[in-house]
Ligand binder design. Structure first.
Ligand SMILES: Nc1ncnc2c1ncn2[C@@H]1O[C@H](COP(=O)(O)OP(=O)(O)OP(=O)(O)O)[C@@H](O)[C@H]1O
Ligand SMILES: [Mg+2]
Length: 489
């Protein structure tokens, strides 16, 4: 009996459709005839050996029955017979390799007589996604409304759409299927993920950022997180139309950048820090030499005179790491006019502050923090990581003289990402306290609309920034009406 027909006899996995699990008659893996093809190369349907395959059982019994699973399996086998195991080595870019598959597939599917036309089209797309793309997450990657894909386990996938997180029906066939897709993503950039190095950062060809973790650190099986970026990076106009900021605030921040103020963008995970950094970097004058330093290159600057550097992780022997700190130090020897650091998260903060304090004004970076005050403490902690044993007052003085403005972002409960605070770092007060004043705050008082969305926007507090004179002296226009006491933004 062929593998396909054997699998075809196994009852569907999802029971009676009422949420009651099916009686699964699992086929012991040892009973499956070998075909000479590596076991990992065969997508196994979720209801065959899936409950034991890879050791991670299906934990989502409510997932609907997938009627095309048999069809896909049979088509895969037919393609394997036709084209051999190289089928699974494809990167999906080489036309010479891809063409035979696309040509053979319609004939293979033509043998599935029971299929309706729409199921045939669906099966075709699923098989192409499987072989040339990233399997069940490929449609999510194509969907422009999806901004994040979170594969918690092979059968439990969540996405973020319009700032809200939803579970989706898509699922991998089993643990080994998910692992195969992860391997394909990471091997493309020359990395690997296994028990010895169970977490990895990678990027998809379109620039989307990927993180994968696998057992033993991922207790319930491999997990994958994909941060998508829109094909065209967001512009200031886009962010204004999303309500993240107002035109006045965009003008104000542009003036701060032209006036060479040092700006820190602060926010929680996924609050839009990198996106705003990219937009604000767009205001950097194109006649200046800009050096960008990132953990994983995400910024897409439009200026020409840009030099990009990226963190390099240690190799498998633990050697060869080039840290953000190394890169910041090196950047200082490259005659930068401006340094843009994707995110400071370790002792690199000390070098960044020193750079800001020693003639590299107008630098930009982001910090993972929940408020401007919190971002000062984060910077303090990171400077301490440098192990210089500096007194706390000295650290705070460094911070207060380096950082001019902190822009706080948040993903609000309605899913929207907003600037919620723009704070000026004024200096030091008695008692080692960094003094700050809020220039703009989000108007939560405006309440919510019928859909639960916050109606407010970020508004001027009316306080006049101390650095205003510095900007006006340089002839940078700032609309002073903004800061008339009591004026709206
Ligand atoms: N203002 C915005 N409005 C709507 N979507 C946004 C906005 N800013 C960013 N996004 C989307 O939100 C996601 C997260 O954005 P981004 O990577 O900039 O966040 P982050 O704060 O840098 O995250 P991390 O902490 O993981 O580095 C992306 O998919 C991005 O396209
Ligand atoms: Mg980021």
């Amino acid at each position: 009996m062929s593998l396909a027909s054997r699998l075809g006899r196994i009852p569907p996995p999802d029971g009676d459709g009422e949420g009651n699990p099916a009686q699964v008659t699992a086929v012991p893996a040892s009973n499956i005839p070998t075909t000479g093809i590596p076991a990992t190369a065969i997508p196994v349907t979720s209801f065959s050996v899936s409950n034991t395959a890879g050791g991670f059982a299906r934990r989502n019994p409510r997932r609907p029955y997938d009627p095309l699973a048999h069809v896909r399996r049979r088509a895969h086998e037919a393609l394997l017979d036709l084209l051999g195991p190289q089928l699974y080595d494809l990167a999906g870019t080489d036309d010479d390799l891809v063409r035979p598959i696309l040509e053979a597939l319609p004939d293979v599917l033509a043998k599935e007589e029971a299929l309706t036309a729409s199921d045939r089209t669906k099966a075709y797309q699923q098989i192409v996604d499987e072989i040339l793309g990233h399997g069940p997450i490929e449609p999510l990657l194509r969907d422009p409304d999806v901004t994040e894909i979170m594969v918690n386990s092979w059968d439990r996938i969540y996405v973020e759409r319009f700032g809200q997180i939803h579970a989706v029906e898509a699922a991998f066939t089993d643990e080994s299927h998910l692992r195969r897709v992860i391997d394909r993503i990471v091997s493309r950039i020359g990395r690997r993920v296994d028990e010895a190095s169970p977490m990895v950062d990678a990027r998809l060809p379109d620039g989307s950022r990927v993180n994968a973790v696998v057992p033993p650190i991922a207790i319930d099986g491999a997990a994958l997180t994909v941060r998508k970026f829109s094909a065209d990076p967001y512009t200031a106009e886009d962010l204004i139309s999303f309500g993240t900021l107002t035109p006045q605030v965009a003008n104000f921040l542009a003036a701060c950048i032209l006036g060479r103020l040092d700006i820190v963008i602060s926010g929680g995970t996924g609050s839009g820090k990198t996106t705003l950094l990219n937009v604000l970097s767009g205001y950097l004058p194109s006649n200046e030499r800009i050096i960008t330093i990132e953990d994983s290159a995400e910024l897409r600057l439009s200026q020409e005179h840009v030099l990009r550097m990226e963190y390099r992780p240690p190799n498998i022997e633990g050697a060869g790491e080039v840290t953000i700190r190394d890169l910041v130090r090196n950047a200082l020897r490259m005659r930068p006019d401006r340094i843009v650091v994707g995110e400071v998260r370790d002792a690199a903060a000390l070098d960044m502050l020193q750079a800001m304090n020693t003639g590299h004004d107008g630098s930009l970076t982001t910090v993972h923090a929940n408020s401007p005050r919190d971002s000062i403490s984060r910077l303090e902690t990171m400077v301490m990581m440098a192990g210089m044993e500096l007194p706390i007052r000295a650290i705070r003085e460094q911070i207060s003289s380096a950082v001019d403005v902190i822009v706080q972002l948040a993903r609000l409960r309605d899913g929207h990402r907003r600037i919620v605070q723009i704070t000026e770092v004024v200096g030091m007060e008695a008692g080692d306290v960094v003094s700050m004043q809020d220039l703009y705050t989000f108007d939560y008082g405006a309440g919510r609309d019928a859909y639960g969305r916050f109606s407010g926007q970020v508004r001027s507090t009316g306080l006049r920034p101390r650095f205003l004179d510095k900007l006006t002296e340089q002839g940078i226009p700032v609309n002073l009406e903004h800061f008339g006491v009591g004026a709206g933004s």
